[in-house]
Design a protein around this ligand. Structure first.
Ligand code: AMP
Length: 416
């Protein structure tokens, strides 16, 4: 397979799909440039080798229409500064033939937001799925998506995908475009390679014991991963809001705690599966309950299955935190996705902090630890422990789908 390190970029034009979907404030200033920094190694390598760059990305959800609030023109200067090279801008990504043709080695062209064209996502707009004409519209859209991808491909000699955040989507720029390059002229960028390797460390190159920690608000959004991990892990910590669905399913009293009443059977089934498969399932036994969903609420530590009326479980209690730390201590492979409490409120961060500390300690002792999903990454950053874990994924949905065992279209389009 072709890689960034093998490819001879000198004198070539490379079209690179990046994820520059950065948050902007009201004045169009970037509030967090992590995603731009994430793509720099790939972009700089191509320039340093004497290639020319055509950079493409989406920003926000303009739904196939031009919306200047989501124009990539707003970040042109910032990209230039980060790259240390001037950046030209193509205000229409599908009409950049001339600008691309004129590019010389070392030059950079940034294309306007791909999602200003519905063809990027390939979904028909303005027609309901129930409409009898929908299937026809979908077919027509798929055909024009191919044309759109072909146009983008025509700008360059080779294609690089470094946008892990959208790798789970089969879009024109993330997957379809790869059909227009032969195997020797398409490759994953450094960031993609790192992310794919990180997932592989969790799913294939497992060193034991393997502890996975799944938190967050709901069982329903994590069930695919929980089921896939059940066959792989030694210890499975399920925490956060999920705790109370499990507590109620087992006959507990959970007060006002968050709960998915239609997932009680599923919770019991997860407990059964863990027993059958010999997985050590760690669920909260005590919790920090609050009399209001706010940082200034009164709190008390109560059993997670006996929460007084009018109170709700907001964070893991001390006994639970100890059990979490024990299940992480000595682990050699660790995956963490989702907080153990309402960590956005400073008074309910102890559960997530206990997890972060235990992961940092295990990592110091030689474990491989992967942290993924916006909230757990935010936790690790909030606690200042980002450099004490092995890898922090940039992907939300893409990481979760990869861990569920799904093939990511953005990766498959290149790896075959
Ligand atoms: P998710 O998007 O499913 O990963 O969930 C993340 C959210 O779960 C965060 O915003 C947390 O505040 C929330 N969360 C964690 N624990 C609880 C809890 N006990 N009650 C309500 N929300 C929670």
């Amino acid at each position: 397979m072709m890689t960034i390190d093998n490819y001879k970029f000198a004198g070539k034009k490379a079209i690179v799909r990046v994820d520059f979907n950065v948050p902007l404030d009201e004045n169009g200033n970037i509030t967090d440039d992590t995603r731009i920094r994430g793509a720099l190694p790939t972009l700089k390598k191509i320039l340093a080798d004497g290639g020319a760059l055509i950079i493409m990305s989406h920003m926000g959800k303009p739904k196939g229409k031009v919306n200047m609030k989501m124009s990539l023109g707003q970040i042109k200067e910032a990209v230039g500064k980060a790259l240390g090279a001037p950046v030209q801008f193509a205000p229409d990504c599908a009409k950049a033939q001339e600008a691309a043709a004129a590019l010389k080695p070392g030059e950079v062209l940034l294309l306007e937001n791909l999602r200003f064209y519905a063809e990027e996502e390939g979904k028909p707009v303005g027609i309901d799925k129930e409409d009898p004409a929908y299937e026809e519209a979908k077919k027509a859209m798929k055909a024009s998506q191919k044309e759109f991808a072909k146009t983008l491909a025509s700008y360059a000699d080779c294609y690089v995908n470094d946008a892990f955040g959208t790798a789970h989507r089969k879009h024109a720029s993330t997957a379809v475009i790869a059909d227009y390059f032969d195997a020797d002229n398409k490759m994953l960028g450094y960031l993609m390679e790192k992310e794919v390797q990180a997932v592989d460390n969790i799913l294939s190159n497992i060193r034991r014991p393997f502890t996975a920690i799944m938190g967050g608000s709901k069982v329903s959004t994590k069930i695919g991963i929980i089921e896939n991990l059940m066959d792989k892990v030694d210890n499975l910590i399920l925490c956060g809001g999920m705790t109370y669905t499990f507590a109620k399913a087992q006959g507990g009293k959970i007060g006002n705690s968050i709960c998915e009443d239609d997932k009680l059977e599923l919770a019991l089934d997860i407990i059964r599966q863990a027993k059958e498969k010999g997985v050590n399932l760690v669920l909260g036994t005590d919790c920090v309950a609050a009399d209001d969903f706010s940082n200034s609420a009164h709190t008390q530590v109560v059993p997670a299955n006996n929460i007084p009326d009018g109170w709700e479980g907001m964070d893991a209690g001390p006994e639970t935190r100890k059990a979490f730390a024990e299940a992480i201590d000595g682990a050699k492979t660790i995956l963490w996705n989702g907080p153990a409490g309402v960590f956005e409120f400073d008074n309910f961060t102890d559960g997530s902090r206990a997890i972060a500390e235990a992961i940092a300690k295990a990592t110091d002792e030689g474990a491989y630890s992967l942290i993924g999903g916006g909230d757990s990454v935010a936790c690790i950053n909030k606690f200042g422990m980002a450099d004490r874990v092995s890898y922090i994924s940039t992907g939300g949905g893409a990481l979760l789908e990869a861990i569920e065992g799904k093939v990511l279209p953005g990766v498959a389009a290149i790896k075959g």
